[in-house]
Design a protein around this ligand. Structure first.
Ligand SMILES: NC(=O)c1ccc[n+]([C@@H]2O[C@H](COP(=O)([O-])OP(=O)(O)OC[C@H]3O[C@@H](n4cnc5c(N)ncnc54)[C@H](OP(=O)(O)O)[C@@H]3O)[C@@H](O)[C@H]2O)c1
Length: 312
């Protein structure tokens, strides 16, 4: 099949990662990109039928329930979207012999230690969101569909709900902001994740063309979990300090709040977060020859786009 004939079913297009994937995937084939009102992933029968009707060759599923704190009081909904839906997608994909590209999270780990987690490390989620995403990883794998699962962390970008956009807004409204400084991880730009998926898909297409194996079988040969985050590490306080510094340099007229570093215990939330969210991305580099840029490079790119596009 030539790449121009590939049909890609993409979920979650109103979200951060789905929204950045949509324009990039259009270079790979025909993208079918339903919004939630056209395809409710909580409805398994409608989802199966939609997939059959779509005649998709691949499924890419960035749709998720991502409200980490709210998940503690809405576990049924979190599990329906994060665990049951990947199972439904996987079952339909297995039946049609097409692969599924799915996303998961650093919150599958308990945050102990300081070493970056590798894919084979033991998981122990601290809250409902992480537990539901882990259940989704297992559910998809159990269906037998060829699959890739990209675990990422601290997603930010120019659209949707994210830490950078929230703090940038609050920093203009308040004198002082208290930000947690004892959780370590890598802020990851949704567009870098989208570029990574396109790179991986192209690599797999090339391998499939060379070997004569189907695309799904080519995916199956390397299937499983991959960690995919921007390079380097910081804390939420370090991240906020950097993007507010960049904003102040670009726009000296903006009056921005002073930041105060605090401990997680001074900012109680319904869901506990891992202290160590560092993810080791060596497997992604070794298998697909791809490394995401550093979080500082991507933060600079996002701040410059946000300041250009918004009248702050
Ligand atoms: N955000 C993070 O910091 C973060 C960190 C680690 C991993 N991840 C993972 O990365 C992936 C992408 O996250 P993201 O930040 O792009 O998520 P997001 O911005 O919250 O977007 C989620 C998308 O899922 C859709 N959705 C939710 N419920 C649905 C349903 N029942 N049927 C169909 N669509 C539904 C939403 O549609 P509506 O807009 O209509 O609700 C939205 O388009 C997810 O797997 C997430 O778990 C995210």
């Amino acid at each position: 099949m030539s790449s121009a004939n590939v049909r890609i079913l993409l979920t979650g297009v109103t979200g951060q990662v789905g929204g950045d994937l949509l324009p990039l995937l259009q270079g790979l084939g025909t993208v079918i990109s339903p919004e939630e009102f056209e395809l409710d992933l909580c409805d398994p029968e409608a989802t199966r039928q939609f997939i059959r009707d779509s005649k998709a060759d691949w499924i890419i599923n960035p749709a998720a329930y991502t409200a980490v704190d709210k998940a503690e009081s809405e576990p049924r909904l979190a599990y329906a979207i994060n665990a049951d839906a990947p199972r439904t997608l996987g079952e339909a994909a297995a039946e049609l012999r097409i692969p599924v590209i799915h996303f998961s999270t650093d919150y599958v780990f308990d945050g102990s230690g300081t070493r970056p987690w590798v894919e084979s490390d033991s998981t122990r989620p601290l809250g409902v969101y992480g537990a539901s995403k882990l259940a989704g990883e297992h559910a998809l794998a159990e269906t037998g569909a060829a699959h890739l699962i990209f675990r990422t962390s601290w997603v930010f970008g120019t659209r949707g709900k994210n830490f950078l956009l929230t703090i940038l807004r609050l920093a203009q409204e308040k004198e002082e902001l208290r930000i947690v400084d004892d959780q370590y991880g890598a802020p990851t730009w949704s567009r870098d994740l989208a570029r990574m998926v396109v790179h991986v898909a192209r690599r797999l297409q090339e391998r499939s063309a060379l070997s004569g194996d189907s695309f799904a079988e080519t995916v199956r040969a390397v299937q499983g979990v991959y960690h995919a985050v921007n390079g380097g590490e910081t804390t939420w306080f370090g991240f906020a300090s950097e993007f507010l510094r960049l904003a102040a340099v670009a726009r000296p007229d903006l009056k921005l709040a002073r930041l105060v570093p605090i401990a997680s215990c001074d900012y109680p939330t319904p869901a506990k977060r891992p202290a160590n969210s560092r993810l080791n991305c060596n497997r992604l580099q070794e298998v697909f020859g791809f490394a995401l840029p550093t979080w500082q490079e991507s933060t600079a790119a996002v701040i410059s786009e946000v300041l250009e596009s918004k009248s702050l």
